[in-house]
Design a protein around this ligand. Structure first.
Ligand SMILES: Nc1ncnc2c1ncn2[C@@H]1O[C@H](COP(=O)(O)OP(=O)(O)O)[C@@H](O)[C@H]1O
Ligand SMILES: O=C(OP(=O)(O)O)[C@H](O)COP(=O)(O)O
Length: 394
C-alpha cells in the first residue's frame, strides 16, 4: 500500500480529522454489545492525542436517512465508551460540518454520525470540501468502511491539505495481504448475514478465487429462491436470483457445488419471544421466516470447514443474537475454532458472534471489516485506499 502513513507525520498543534468505523452492534436499548471496532481505533487516537494534535473523530452508525438525526442514529453511546477507554471526556458535537466548535491540542471531540449529513453517501464534493476545511491532516482509519466511496471516506481525502492512513488501516491491509497472498488450499469462504445485495454482488468474482463457497442468512435464502424453493417471508433479494444462478454456475465449472440448507429453523417473527421450529427446507410455510440453518445443514458445513486449508468467514448464518436461532452460527464458529486450517473472520456482527461464542483466541486473524474484507479478498481496489494512494503520488 503506497500511501502516506500517520506515523510519518508531525501532528503537534495540528487539527486532525479522523474517519473511524464505530459502526458497532447495539441492543434495543442502545447499549453497545461489542466494542472491538472502538478499541481497534485507540492506537491512532492515542498517538494523535499524546503528540499534541487537536483531534476530531467521526464515524457512521447504521444506515440512517440523510438530513436528520433520529435518536437511534446518535453516536452518544460511542462517545461514552470512547471516554471510558481513553480515560478522558469525549464531547459529542452535532451539526459540525460548518465548524463553529473548538478543539484544543490534546483534546478530542466526536463528530456526530457522518451519514446523517446530506451528501455523505453520494460523496458530494461540496460536503467533502467543507469537511476538509476543518482540518490540517485527514486520517482514514476506517478499514471496515474502505469499500465505500463516501464524503468522509473518499471525497475529503481529495481536498484535505494532507491525507494519510491510520494505524488500523495500515495493519489490516498488511495482515490481509500477507495472509491471502498464497493461501493454503482448499480456500473456503463463508459469506452470510443480512446485507444481501452488498455481498451477493461481490460473490461472483469471489467464486473465481475460492475452492468452496458457503452461503448463509439472507444470501442463502436468495440461493434457495433461485433453486425454486419456497422461503415464505424470509429475508432475500428476489431481483438477485440471476446473480445466484451465475455464482452457482461458476462454482460448478470449478468442480464445487454451493451447498444449500437442507433443513432450517423457522418462526413467524424475529423477536425474543418467537419460537423456532426445525423443518426440512421443503416444509417452509407461506408466512414462515427462515432464521437459522438446521442441525443437518450445520453438520455438513462443519465437515467442509474441517477439511479447509484456509477459511474466510463473514456473516452469521442465522439471527444468532437470539438463542433460539443461534445454533447454526454456534456450530459454524466451533468448526472454525477447531479447524487446522488458517482462519480469517471479520464484520461488525461477525465480531459479535465471535465474542458470543468465545472463539476469538482460536481465529488466526480477526478483521474489523466485513464487506471491506471480502472486497479486498476479491482483489478489488478499495476506494478509500485508492484515493490515499493517488494523494501519495501527488
Ligand atoms: N436468516 C436470516 N434472516 C434475517 N437476518 C439474519 C439471518 N441470518 C443472519 N441474519 C442477521 O444478519 C446480521 C448480520 O449481517 P451483516 O451485517 O451482513 O454481517 P456482518 O456485520 O458480520 O458483515 C445479524 O444481525 C443477524 O441477525
Ligand atoms: O459494518 C460494516 O460493514 P460489515 O457489516 O460488512 O462489517 C461497515 O461499517 C460498513 O457499513 P455499511 O455496509 O453500512 O456501509
Amino acid at each position: 500500500m503506497n500511501v502516506l502513513k500517520l506515523a510519518d507525520l508531525d501532528v503537534k498543534g495540528k487539527r486532525v480529522f479522523i474517519r473511524a468505523d464505530f459502526n458497532v452492534p447495539q441492543d434495543d436499548a442502545g447499549n453497545i454489545t461489542e466494542d472491538t471496532r472502538i478499541r481497534a481505533a485507540l492506537p491512532t487516537l492515542k498517538y494523535c492525542l499524546e503528540n499534541g494534535a487537536a483531534v476530531m473523530v467521526t464515524s457512521h452508525l447504521g444506515r440512517p436517512s440523510e438530513g436528520e438525526l433520529k435518536p437511534e442514529d446518535t453516536l452518544m453511546p460511542v462517545a461514552v465508551r470512547l471516554g471510558q477507554l481513553l480515560n478522558k471526556p469525549v464531547r459529542l458535537v452535532a451539526d459540525w460540518v460548518d465548524g463553529g466548535f473548538k478543539v484544543e491540542p490534546g483534546e478530542i471531540v466526536l463528530l456526530e454520525n457522518c451519514r446523517c449529513n446530506k451528501g455523505e453517501k453520494k460523496n458530494s464534493d461540496e460536503l467533502a470540501q467543507k469537511m476538509a476545511k476543518l482540518c490540517d491532516i485527514y486520517v482514514n482509519d476506517a478499514f471496515g468502511t474502505a469499500h465505500r466511496a463516501e464524503a468522509t471516506t473518499h471525497g475529503i481525502a481529495k481536498f484535505a491539505p494532507v491525507a494519510c492512513a491510520g494505524f488500523l488501516m495500515g495493519a489490516e491491509i498488511d495482515a490481509l495481504s500477507r495472509a491471502l497472498e498464497n493461501p493454503k488450499r482448499p480456500l473456503v469462504a463463508i459469506v452470510a448475514g443480512a446485507k444481501v445485495s452488498t455481498k451477493l454482488t461481490i460473490l461472483k468474482s469471489l467464486a473465481e478465487k475460492v475452492d468452496q463457497l458457503i452461503v448463509g442468512g439472507g444470501i442463502a435464502n436468495t440461493f434457495l429462491l433461485a433453486n425454486g424453493k419456497r422461503i415464505g417471508d424470509s429475508l432475500a433479494e428476489p431481483n438477485l436470483v440471476s446473480e445466484a444462478h451465475a455464482i452457482m454456475d461458476i462454482m460448478k465449472e470449478r468442480g464445487a457445488d454451493v451447498p444449500l440448507p437442507v433443513d432450517v429453523v423457522v418462526a413467524d417473527e424475529v423477536s425474543a419471544m418467537a419460537r423456532g421450529a426445525k423443518v426440512s427446507v421443503d416444509e417452509v410455510g407461506a408466512h414462515d421466516r427462515i432464521l437459522d440453518v438446521g442441525p443437518k445443514t450445520a453438520a455438513k458445513l462443519a465437515d467442509i470447514i474441517a477439511h479447509a486449508g484456509t477459511i474466510v468467514w463473514n456473516g452469521p448464518v442465522g439471527v444468532f443474537e437470539l438463542d433460539q436461532f443461534a445454533g447454526g452460527t454456534k456450530m459454524l464458529a466451533s468448526a472454525i475454532a477447531h479447524s487446522d486450517g488458517f482462519s480469517l473472520a471479520g464484520g461488525g456482527d461477525t465480531l459479535a458472534a465471535i465474542a458470543k461464542f468465545h472463539i476469538a483466541d482460536d481465529v488466526d486473524y480477526i478483521s474489523t471489516g466485513g464487506g471491506a474484507f471480502l472486497e479486498f479478498l476479491e482483489g478489488k481496489k478499495l476506494p478509500a485506499i485508492e484515493v490515499l494512494e493517488s494523494r501519495a503520488r501527488g
